[in-house]
Design a protein around this ligand. Sequence first.
Ligand SMILES: [Zn+2]
Length: 244
Amino acid sequence: MAKGTFRFYEELNDFLPRHLKKVDIETETIGKRSIKETIKGFGVPPSTVDLVLVNGQPVDFDYIFKHGDRVSVYPVFEKLNIRNVSLLRKLPLRRVRFIADVDLHEMVQLMRMLGFDTTFNVNYRVPDIVETSGKENRIILTKQKDLLKSDSVTHAVQVCSGPATKQVCHLMDDLDIEDRVNPFSRCIRCNTRLEHLQTNAILDRISPETDRIFEKYLHCRSCRKDDRQNRSRQLEVDIIRLYV
Ligand SMILES: [Zn+2]
């Protein structure tokens, strides 16, 4: 028999009976039970769980619950209360994705440059943004207060006014996500992950001068297709200088 405690965070409490919400739950298991089985036993669907910490260390679902374990279970996407964003600071790293309102184009480019998955479509209306946010678990970035108040929005951040650099700095600070910056990993134009290219694969498309200056090459598979179809004479790769 193994005795320990479970604690479920944020939306995961919605699956629990009232007396188990937001408290340490003394737990006993008989025989070998995985974390996944134990979580299911509480009525919490594993698909809604993003991260499990046992005694502060991340584990996978197959981990066997042991005597004395203290288990913290985090949801895929926690509710983000704009008035109390400090909640996020207590949480460990996890995937953070965004969808930006139509007037934040410059901010979107900076976010992508920093490696953040940020969806943007200038043709999106508010319902499109809200729907995509819900389906893909994306935090809405917007300057519209009305959008933040909408009942159907659960994850949104109000972006400050001013230049895009300031907006991004504020967001980094509010959400405490500086550690997740991964520069030049994502296409600034379309948000697709960039791939490394071997220099000899593109020598016929770059000048000797470019070859001399740039150390590494990345390209976007998605944009490359468009270029081939529409602008075949133009450079087919996105070239980004990586300082070594
Ligand atoms: Zn692209």
